[in-house]
Each structure stands twice: as structure tokens, then as C-alpha cells.
Design a protein. Structure first.
Length: 278
């Protein structure tokens, strides 16, 4: 667990490091095996961005481990358990949408999704500087023009960021994650949370809380069937007219008023600064 995030109660805290590979371990020299050759299915999943996916996996296995973003023991299974496991989330995404990966960490699932779906505009939202630095370097090296890295907490972005889909992996229990992610959705958007074997139980425990947060429909879906040996379990939560509920609507309205007031002040100052000419 990342004690910085856990202590702050932030999106991006590593609730289940083993599931996501984001631990504070640093590899000892000669200890870590490489990620191995990409499975044949990777070419099908990533298409003409296959080479970029290979390079991303190499960066996870090297810089990701050295900086404590990926546990050394996860390296031999990066392709199956992490990169491809996340990339098949793209099956659930409509064309041309906007997406925010909350608590992105080392870029999972945001970067594999962006690689698989260049038509999707992805924002990687992460509060920790050491992680956003890594993400910016990856995005720059891979030339991912459909990806933006944003440093901050999800609750700080309400009213400033609105997307069609929110994703997350091993960030927090479902209800708490929904409290962070749902307010960032546009009306009728959806949250997709990769949850593994705990998906059904977490959903059962969270139904009342999800309804208060403006959710109107929820289910557990398996993606990657027929593509991966083990499919990916996803909790899909669909929002209604007011994602995040009443509190989020109030915060969005407050942010909108602040933005209008700032624009008015800027416009007034610009007009006041003009000199009259004859």
C-alpha cells in the first residue's frame, strides 16, 4: 500500500497492491525477470499501436519497478495480468468518448485503453508527483496524442472536469470509488471499475450508496472472453441525469459560477485597460 495516498484518503491509494502491481518494492539487481515476449493476441488488441504497447510494457518492467510503481514479482505477468487485462476494457467504450482514469498510478487501465482505442480521449488523473512524472514521460515517449496527464484528486476536479466514462483499478472499495468518480461524469455517463473476484460482493454491498450518488443501473460484466485466457471482471455503473447526486450538482454549480465570475473580472479588466484613441 502507498502510505502517502492511504494517509491522505486519496484516489490513487493502493488498496490491493497484488492486484494492481503498484507496490513500494524496489527490484534488487538481477532479481527481476523481463516481461517476456508479447502474447500473439496483443497484435489483435492493439493493432497498429502494438509496438507502443510493447514499449509501454518494457517501461513498466524497468522504470516502473525502479520507481516503486510496479512490484518486481508482477513483471513476468505484466502482459496477461495487467496490460491486456486492462486493454480489453475498450470493448465497453462507445466511439469518440472522453474518459478519466481515476488514481491512474502507473497508467493502468488508462494507457492500455488509450493504446487500444486511439479514438478515445483519455485523462490520467493521479495525485502523486512521482507517478504523474512517470506518466508524462510514458505519454511523451509513446507519442500518445489522445492522452492527458492531470495531477490532482478527483474531488478537486468536480465542476472542472466532465467525462463520459470514469475508470479505475485497485483504487478503493466500490462505494468510496463511486463517491470520487461519479461526480466527474456527464449525465448518463458510466463508471467502469475493474474488481476481479470481489465484484459481485462489492456491488451487493454498495447498491444503496450508488443510488444516492445518482446511479440508475449497475451490473458485473466480463470482458475479453474469447480473447484472454482469463476474462476481466468489471463493475459497470450507469449514471442518470445527476451523476454524483445532490452534493455533486451543488459543487458543479458553484464551480460554474466561480468560472463565470472569473471570466467577468478578466473581461472587465481588459476593457478597463484599453486606451481611447482619436
Amino acid at each position: 500500500m502507498d502510505t502517502e495516498n492511504a494517509a491522505a484518503g486519496r484516489p490513487g491509494a493502493d488498496v490491493d497492491p497484488a492486484a494492481d502491481g503498484r507496490t513500494a518494492e524496489v527490484a534488487a539487481p538481477g532479481e527481476v525477470a523481463g516481461p517476456g515476449e508479447a502474447p500473439a493476441v496483443a497484435r489483435e488488441v492493439f493493432g497498429d499501436r502494438y509496438d507502443a504497447a510493447v514499449r509501454y510494457t518494457e517501461l513498466l518492467a524497468t522504470a516502473g519497478v525502479q520507481r516503486g510503481l510496479i512490484g518486481p514479482r508482477e513483471v513476468p505477468r505484466l502482459w496477461d495480468r495487467h496490460v491486456l487485462n486492462c486493454a480489453v476494457l475498450a470493448e465497453l467504450l462507445p466511439a469518440g468518448i472522453t474518459l478519466c482514469d481515476v488514481g491512474s498510478g502507473a497508467g493502468l487501465p488508462g494507457i492500455p485503453v488509450a493504446l487500444a482505442r486511439p479514438d478515445v480521449s483519455v485523462t490520467l488523473l493521479e495525485p502523486l508527483l512521482r507517478r504523474t512524472t512517470f506518466l508524462e514521460e510514458v505519454v511523451r515517449e509513446l507519442g500518445l496524442e489522445n492522452v492527458t496527464v492531470l495531477r490532482g484528486r478527483a474531488e478537486e476536479m468536480v465542476g472542472k472536469l466532465a467525462v463520459d466514462v470514469v475508470t479505475a483499478r485497485a483504487v478503493a472499495p466500490l462505494e468510496r470509488l463511486a463517491g470520487w468518480g461519479m461526480p466527474l461524469l456527464r449525465p448518463h455517463g458510466q463508471m467502469l471499475a475493474l474488481k476481479g473476484d470481489s465484484a459481485e460482493q462489492e456491488l451487493a454491498d454498495s447498491r444503496a450508496g450508488l443510488a444516492k450518488l445518482g446511479a440508475v443501473e449497475w451490473s458485473v460484466i466480463s470482458v475479453g472472453e474469447g480473447t484472454l485466457e482469463t476474462s476481466t471482471r468489471v463493475v459497470q455503473v450507469k449514471a442518470g441525469e445527476s451523476p454524483g447526486g445532490v452534493k455533486a450538482a451543488t459543487r458543479r454549480a458553484k464551480a460554474a459560477r466561480a468560472g463565470r465570475n472569473a471570466s467577468a473580472r478578466t473581461g472587465g479588466a481588459a476593457r478597463g485597460g484599453r486606451r481611447r484613441t482619436r
